[in-house]
Design a protein around this ligand. Structure first.
Ligand SMILES: [Zn+2]
Ligand SMILES: [Zn+2]
Length: 157
C-alpha cells in the first residue's frame, strides 16, 4: 500500500528542516558554505564577487539532504520496510521541489523553458518571499528562511 500520508508528512517536515537549517546552520556556523549563495546581494560583510560560478559551496547542502534520503531508500527497499521507503521518497520529492523552485525558477541557474514561463499566484508569492531574503528592506524580510511557507503578506504584490 502506498502510504501517502507518511510521504506527505516527510515532505512537509523537510520544509521545517530546511527553514531551521537555513536559519540556524547556514546563517550560523556553516555560513562559510552558504555565503557564496548571497554573493550578489550586497549584504554587509560580503566581498563583492561578480563573476558567475557554476557551482556554489552552498550546493554541498544538497548532499547533506540527499545522503539520508538515499540511505533510507536503499535500506527500506532491501529490508522491504515500506515506511522507510515513503519517508525517503518524501525527502527526495522535497529536494526536487526545492531545486526546481529555488535554483531554477528563482535563481535561473539552469534554463528550462517550461519552468521559466509565467508563474501562478503561489509561485509568484514564493519568489517574492525568497527575494526578500536576498534583498531585504528590513529584518523581517531577511528572516524568510523557509521556501514553501512564508508570511501571507507576500501574496500581495
Ligand atoms: Zn540565506
Ligand atoms: Zn536563494
Amino acid at each position: 500500500m502506498i502510504d501517502i500520508s507518511l510521504l506527505a508528512l516527510a515532505y512537509f517536515f523537510m520544509e521545517f528542516v530546511a527553514w531551521s537549517n537555513h536559519n540556524y546552520v547556514m546563517h550560523g556556523f556553516l555560513w562559510k558554505w552558504h555565503k557564496d549563495h548571497h554573493r550578489k546581494d550586497n549584504l554587509q560583510g560580503l566581498p563583492k564577487k561578480t563573476e558567475d560560478q557554476r557551482f556554489e559551496k552552498n550546493d554541498l547542502f544538497f548532499l547533506v539532504y540527499a545522503i539520508p534520503a538515499i540511505v533510507l531508500l536503499i535500506v527500506g527497499f532491501s529490508m522491504h520496510y515500506l515506511p522507510m521507503v515513503f519517508i525517503g521518497i518524501g525527502i527526495t520529492l522535497y529536494g526536487f521541489t526545492y531545486f526546481a523552485i529555488h535554483d531554477i525558477i528563482i535563481h535561473h541557474r539552469i534554463k528550462i523553458s517550461f519552468l521559466n514561463k509565467k508563474h501562478n499566484y503561489f509561485i509568484q508569492a514564493i519568489i517574492r518571499a525568497h527575494t526578500a531574503h536576498h534583498k531585504p528592506k528590513n529584518k523581517k524580510d531577511f528572516n524568510n528562511y523557509g521556501l514553501l511557507i512564508f508570511s501571507p503578506r507576500y501574496f500581495k504584490s
